[in-house]
Design a protein around this ligand. Structure first.
Ligand code: DHB
Ligand code: FE
Length: 313
């Protein structure tokens, strides 16, 4: 079939009707966006000669994605999260809000309301005795290099199997999730376990989409951060641990050069003892620079549906 009907008046009029452009009610923005979206898809169907079989298999796949709440997982894989970051970066550059630690995607696995601690927290529940101990520490500063005492550092990461508490029901509540308030020198530290890389669930609808593109669904070992302080731009970022096979091949496109951190193995018993540890451990240092801003809306994370968000506030 090689028919081309997209540009006919019938189809163009039909699109306007479908998008409600001839109706007084509804949202003007919704109408404009849906009109554009449907136009692009109708044109695509014409140009690629999409068959009914192909169309309905796409509908079925979207139903599966929805049933397993995987749209949030697929979104980073299709680059949307990184694209939104690129737009925020460009807006910051245009407004001359430059410098500071770069942002990168939040990902779909944050849970609000993690326990708070001052200066230091232990993040793991002690159930995994086989994994390497991670000592995660750093200083929060402004772009002049002044420490920011009391800065709020929220951290979350996966366990040794690449699973996140809450989404992985085998882990204890808020396992590997903490909010730490930086000390008088702007410093924070956490005792945890070295996370493993993460992979989208095998055979899941997200995995099926990536497989059709000849792509994998793996992320390197990484640690998520929300960092904020009054008078400064809220920062959503992550570090990717160096030396992981996926450090530079992240399916979620979150890796940035400034955010790759190499852990340092410390075997000196005196150093372990100073931290109350029994054996060798890996220290991961992540210093953060926040950009000053007076705009209150830039000092908080943007709104987005998040697990337990309402319970936290
Ligand atoms: C996904 C998982 C993550 O842990 C993450 O940080 C980003 C994306 C995902 O499954 O899409
Ligand atoms: Fe993650």
């Amino acid at each position: 079939m090689t028919v081309k009907i997209f540009d006919t008046p019938q189809v163009q009029d039909f699109l306007k009707t479908v998008a409600g452009l001839d109706q007084v009610g509804g949202s003007e923005r919704a109408k404009q966006i849906v009109h554009r979206l449907l136009s692009d898809l109708y044109r695509l169907i014409d140009d690629f000669d999409v068959t009914p079989e192909e169309f309905w298999s796409a509908v079925s796949l979207m139903n599966e994605l929805g049933k397993e709440t995987q749209f949030g997982l697929l979104s980073p894989g299709l680059g949307f999260d990184h694209y939104l970051d690129m737009r925020l970066d460009a807006a910051d550059a245009e407004a001359q809000r430059t410098g500071g630690t770069p942002r990168t995607i939040e990902g779909p696995l944050y849970v609000a309301g993690a326990p708070e601690a001052e200066g230091h927290a232990r993040m793991d529940d002690g159930s995994d005795t086989a994994s390497e101990v991670m000592w995660l520490t750093g200083q929060v500063r402004d772009t002049q290099g002044n420490p920011i005492p009391g800065a709020q550092v929220e951290i979350w990461h996966a366990d040794a199997k690449g699973g996140y508490s809450f989404f992985d029901p085998t882990q204890s509540e808020y396992h590997l999730r903490r909010t730490i308030l930086a000390d008088a020198d702007g410093r924070y530290s956490a005792r945890s376990i070295i996370p493993s890389g993460y992979g989208v669930p095998k055979g899941s609808p997200t995995d099926q989409v990536l497989a059709a593109l000849g792509r994998h669904g793996q992320r390197p070992a990484h640690i998520h951060f929300f960092i904020s302080a009054p008078g400064h731009r809220h920062l959503t970022t992550q570090i990717n641990l160096g030396g992981d096979p996926y450090t530079w091949d992240d399916f979620a496109f979150a890796t940035r050069e400034e955010l790759v951190v190499n852990g340092r193995r410390i075997e000196d018993p005196a150093e372990a003892d100073r931290r109350g540890l029994e054996g060798p451990f890996t220290e991961v240092v992540f210093d953060v620079e926040l950009v000053a801003t007076d705009a209150p809306e830039l000092q908080i994370r943007h709104a987005r549906p998040r697990a337990l968000e309402d319970a936290a506030d």
